[in-house]
Design a protein around this ligand. Structure first.
Ligand code: NAD
Length: 504
């Protein structure tokens, strides 16, 4: 198994493996934590090597940032600017992201263990997200109601919701921030952002670039540190109007509960256990390639991963043979190597968690047909792993492993495929493969998931909304939906005269 996978050992002498010291950005100023404490991050892909040191923000730091965002919203120029003025600044930020692509990609490869070639693509897409939102700032409207009678004009004014707290996970830090910030900022909101303590560098750099592009002080603040206290302050603080949380369902429940107790609007984008349904009439070569990339890409640390393969029984052997062959050819290893497709898992406890699931699957009677073990002697690399003989009751079929682990179940009819696909508490992503488009569409229509593909996986575009069904979340980001998420709509009933008197 191990010997079949081309492994690129981490090059410990790479000159990019150096430590960088970051500061938070609060009210336009780069600052350390009030306590002076820091959190150190070692590369998960190399032997213990320090790559960044970030301030360990406290409740007091979060308070300062929230109040700066509050002032910037209540008294500052940002919400009052024209959409065109805001759009120009967002466009500059998009250009700055593109200009700093290499720097941002290197930061994420070092902190997150992600293959640098892939991160470059994510940085470019992040710039596209800012560009899309920038262009739409001029077109954000409400509604008028002009058929309420001659004496009435009805207006539905779009207004920014206010101060938005944004909490992001470690797997796609810049991309996930870029799916939210340009929409919130574009409407006129101000933001406090808490990136994951494991991968904060690119978010800090993003905020610094935004400041240099003319974003007024206090409009985008970054507080680094742990979820408790920093993230929790964002959820609990009376001065934040909206909480946007992306991360695990477990933490989503905690912060969602805190926000609910304050009657605060929330957007939650949580975990997934995406079904990849492959019918026997599919283009098997294309399906196999994408089945592999959908679960082994980014070492499976992808919320929309296609981690459950549901394959029509008659095609099972052929498809699995192809997917196994592909999985053994994936180039895994040093994320700084240009040819590498998949880097390291995020940290040792996560690697051990993946291993626990492998043990649980085996103990429950499922069979590992490839992978199932660590790769290399340093770092946290894990081989692409495929389970067969999986039944829906097993933990490997039900829980989000968040690693390069595919679980396979076969089905006989489309109805059975749909039942299996929906047999999960999650509802984030789903894929259907078939050359019969009518069958594919009929199937996807019945799968309860928010982000779906027919004959594909993973591609996205700023125009289309994203978000989860069921326990995968609440709310929609990007596209026109993202602007609505961060807007409040005010009803203005304009009386134009002619109303009879209450007391005459
Ligand atoms: P996580 O829930 O552990 O952490 C996410 C963020 O929340 C981090 O910034 C963390 O510091 C913070 N946090 C932790 N505890 C907190 C608390 N008590 N209060 C407030 N904030 C707290 O998730 P993770 O391990 O960083 O990311 C992996 C998870 O994220 C997976 O479940 C994955 O599916 C999910 N995810 C979802 C999407 C999506 O769009 N649906 C995208 C990416 C990742």
């Amino acid at each position: 198994m191990n010997q079949h996978t081309p492994f690129v050992p981490p090059r410990l002498s790479d000159p990019r493996l150096t430590a960088r010291r970051y500061q938070m950005l609060i009210d336009g100023k780069s600052v350390d934590a009030e306590t002076g404490e820091t959190i150190r991050r070692e590369s998960p892909a190399h032997a213990p090597t320090l790559v960044s040191e970030i301030p360990k923000g406290s409740h007091a730091d979060a308070e300062r940032a929230i109040m700066a965002a509050r002032r910037a919203f209540d008294e500052g120029p940002w919400p009052k600017m024209t959409g065109s003025e805001r759009g120009r600044i967002l466009q500059r930020i998009s250009d700055a992201i593109r200009k700093h692509r290499e720097e941002l990609a290197t930061i994420e490869a070092l902190e997150g263990g992600k293959a640098i070639a892939g991160v470059r693509g994510e940085v470019a897409f992040s710039a596209e997200l800012w560009r899309y939102a920038a262009g739409h700032c001029v077109g954000l409207t409400g509604e008028t109601h002009n058929s309420l009678g001659t004496n009435v004009l009805g207006l539905m004014l779009r207004e920014p919701i206010g101060v938005v707290g944004v909490i992001t996970p470690w797997n796609f830090p810049l991309l996930i921030a870029s799916e939210r910030l340009p929409w919130a900022l574009g409407v006129g909101c101000t933001v406090v952002l808490k990136p994951s303590e494991f991968t904060s560098g690119s978010s800090i750099r993003l905020a610094e670039l935004a400041r240099d592009c003319g974003l007024p002080d206090g409009v985008l603040n970054v507080v680094t540190g742990y979820g408790d206290p920093v993230g929790q302050s964002f959820a609990d603080h009376p001065a934040t109007d909206f909480l946007s949380f992306t991360g695990s369902s477990r933490v989503g429940q905690i912060v969602g509960g805190l926000a609910a107790s304050r009657i605060k609007r929330v957007g939650l984008e949580l975990g997934g256990k995406g079904p990849n349904i492959v019918f026997a009439d599919s283009d098997m070569e294309a399906a196999a390639d994408t089945v592999a990339s959908a679960v082994f890409g980014n070492a499976g640390q992808v919320c929309i991963a296609g981690s459950r393969l549901l394959v029509e029984a008659s095609a099972k052997d052929e498809l699995l043979e192809r997917v196994v062959a592909i999985s053994r050819k994936v180039r895994i290893g040093d994320p700084l190597d240009e040819t590498v497709q998949v880097g390291s898992l995020i940290h040792r406890p996560h690697l051990e968690k993946v291993e626990r699931y492998i043990g649980e699957g085996r103990a429950a009677g499922a069979e590992v047909i490839t992978g199932g073990e660590r790769l290399g002697n340093v770092g946290n690399y894990f081989a692409p792993t495929i389970f067969t003989n999986v039944t829906p009751d097993m933990s490997i079929a039900r829980e989000e492993i968040f690693g390069p682990v595919l679980v396979t179940t076969s089905f006989e009819t489309p109805e059975e495929a749909i039942r299996l696909a929906n047999d999960t508490g999650y509802g984030l992503s789903a894929m259907v493969w078939s050359n019969d488009l009518q069958k594919a569409i009929n199937t996807i229509r019945q799968v309860r998931a928010g982000r779906t593909w027919i004959n594909g996986h993973g591609d996205g575009t700023p125009e289309m909304g994203i978000g989860g069904y069921k326990q995968s979340g609440i709310g929609r980001e990007t596209g026109k939906y993202g602007f609505d998420e961060y807007s409040s709509f005010k009803n203005v009933y304009v009386q134009l005269g002619g109303k009879g008197r209450w007391v005459s």
